[in-house]
Design a protein around this ligand. Sequence first.
Ligand code: MRU
Length: 357
Amino acid sequence: MTDYDTIRPVRWERDRLMLLDQRALPGRTRWIQCESSAAAAQAIRDMVVRGAPAIGIAAAYGAVLAAREAMAAAPTSWLPRLEQALEHLGAARPTAVNLRWALRRQRRRLDAATPDPAAVLLREAQAIVDEDLAANRRMGVLGAALMTEPGGVLTHCNTGSLATAGYGTALGVIRSAWMEGRITRVYAGETRPWLQGARLTAWELLQDGIPVTLLADSAAPALMRSGAVRWVVVGADRVTANGDVANKIGTYALAVAARQHGAGFMVVAPRSSVDMTLPHGDAIDIECREAGELLALNGHRVAPAGADAWNPVFDITPAALVDALVTEAGVVHRPDREGMATRFAGTGAGDAVPAGQ
Ligand code: MRU
């Protein structure tokens, strides 16, 4: 591993899936061992592992566990059981297309005559990890090159090693640009309600020696107005055929404020997050989580009894607000339907076909 890149959140060790429990960070470093595909699906749902590429990787390893289970239960007719388990894994979270992309890729490696499906799927899961790392490195180079004048950057949620195989997407660009001296200061929004920015991004940057300044999500427009932010750099859970971007709730507000204040808005996402089957962002299934996540803080109820809450955990940023979409296949400037089609035609970019089909 090189400088500024030491964290790996998903590991396959001694035939077990190990997940760094991101709910416990930064206070505790705790690993959760998943012994079944159902446990892997639950861990994804419960945010033990999160971030679009990382949940795809966890699901790819979950498929290995599913193959072992199906072979043990029905050695001669394991495929239908395995397909059921893949469906279950694919339903764990709806918005990040990487989850279904990874499972679909796994499914394609199999047919009823595959002699050792678990071994085949393990090799494919490892390939997904290796490709994700390579994509992140490439995006780091491409995104950093867009930062032609030194300045401050603002990021949202956590898009780093914790959210990927390693290095990160938006945070990978920030790592690369930091190493090249293109960034004067990294700002991170706290990212209510799960606080991925305050807990995870701040921890990850400090682990790797990059100073970080946190701000309340609502402080971002004021920071931009002060002129301190040259680029807003975020990741994506899904990018549609017209360049619309689904990402952590609050991303849309940052894009509006960036345009208002003349800051660049950069989205960094691997091809596995690009879904050319959906025409626009309104077609994306946006995950709405429990009201309780908003009504309480750290397990302590803060809202009065009787208050309800609306808790969508992603939003859509219209393509018109995006200055650059950085993928490992290249940069799409001011993405629109035409630019997306040109860049992703025939590249096998991620799509939304359900696992098992
Ligand atoms: O709910 P989360 O923490 O899984 O949301 C994560 C994000 O929104 C990230 O920005 C996105 O997945 C890109 S991660 C490289």
